[in-house]
Design a protein around this ligand. Sequence first.
Ligand code: ATP
Length: 569
Amino acid sequence: MDYSKLTECYELLEKTSARLKKIEIVAKLLRESDSENLPRVTLLLQGKVFPSWSEKEIGIADQLMIKIISTSTGFSTEEINRKYKETGDLGLVVESVVKQRKQSTLFQKKLTVEMVFENLRRIAEVEGKGAQNRKFQLVSEILSSASPKEAKYIVRTVLGDLRIGVAAGIIRDSIAEAFFPEREKKEVVNLIEWAWFLRPDYGEIARIAKERGIEGLKKVRIEVGKPYHVLLAEKAPSLEEGLKKFENPSLEYKYDGARIIIHKKADKIWLFTRRLENVTKQFPDCIELVKRCVKAKECIIEGEMLAIEPETGEPKPFQLLSQRIKRKYNIEEMVKQIPVQVNLFEIVYLNGKLLFDKPLRERRKILESIIKPIKGKFQFSKQLVTKDLKKADKFYKSALKDKQEGVMIKNLDAKYQPGRRVGYWLKVKPTLETLDLAITGGIWGTGKRAGWLGSFILGCRNPDTGEFLECGMLGTGIKEKKTKPEDVTFEELTKMLKPYIISEKEGTVKIQPKIVVEVAYEEIQKSPNYSSGFALRFPRFIRIRTDKGPDEADDIERIYRIFETQKGK
Ligand code: ATP
């Protein structure tokens, strides 16, 4: 497929903000794509070349992009920079300079979707010495063959800022529209989403829909060794009301760690996070525990992983565990410094059998039957089966005393529903509702904070378009100096964000929404100053949510709901 065909589609999508119109445009393109290109087109429409859970990244920031544009078009970097300052969008800049290209290339090829996609993927894969040069060449190669419009979208894709407003939800609905236009919409959309929970890749799902239809989608199953979307919790209004919701409730500690999903097939073991990242390499100690404690040939089990104090076994803050999740080298050292504990609470698959439809009480029994626990290392989540408020309250208080987040009330009669918050689990936590928001911008600091970003623009998600809407500025809670291991400094946060800077204007930078932070605040107010229409009053940094991607950041609807509840008080 010609890349120009995709580009035309981008243009149309950029011009409309109407959801239904967007679906119509995307569906048409999906229908016209051949099977081989369908997965590529599906990702490129979302401005990606890897699924959102992949840790691979193109890794080219705006300054390098300016050099690449300069070399491949013959315009000086000063000139590019000047135009960039005017528009704040390198996509528009490249479009205008390619129009007036000074160096005409001799071998202009017609770009195909495959060429662009594969080149961009290769960029993410080059490593080591000379990587920058190689990245440079790979982008130049496609840019020098690109038309002005193509160049605009290539540059935006590379920088991760496509600006066409197509999120996963639109892709899902467009697959339904493309391949099953006569069917009842809601039913098909649910089926597509279900298939995606089990195999989280809309490219693959689109291909199955095209080639094998409804029956193919119904046959999608989880596979050992491949991540899936896990069951999530809803918030209980209170412990008392939560208990009343279920005929047969059981309480578990809600541990303050990270969900870990363990897959085992004979000697092969994989570990995934709830963001679907493969973290097998980071946790050789956990792998060892699985080998020792799991007495099943093939299974998929879930639990919460905690960082613990090496000497005492005391639980440590989540921030330390997230250091282990991120660490890709010197793993052995980390194993000693930050040992982990796993608290198991689920089994979804055992020796060829899917257990989704079994009630929790049975799943828990099956889980207990295949695990030989090691206390403090690899054990079952603390559980109390009761409907008695007094006993439940005592359990809840002991969870807090043990430095955990609260409790999870679970319905013992409920099945397992991948990917959904369906009210089978209700969480009870003491804190005011915090928000998980993406950092979408920042302002360079002055004085003590000079050289670092000194305040950060917070964004909530628009679930339809996947774009982020500003809702506040964060500075409080981030430290100038590190005094505790779990402290996050301006310097650290700046370093994390720097590769994602898309543009800069008068000291304010725009940043790709990649990093999600948990934020507390006093109140939510209406505000015309922010694109969301709301502002957090006195936002305070709690932690970086390494276990959440931007797709899981809180959306504008949640902000609105909290705003409405406040009014009622
Ligand atoms: P929060 O922001 O409150 O941590 P969340 O959005 O991360 O919530 P929820 O669906 O609200 O996720 O809560 C589910 C998470 O709680 C799970 O993904 C898991 O990591 C964690 N958890 C801790 N203890 C348990 C437990 N006993 N059973 C299930 N999940 C648990």
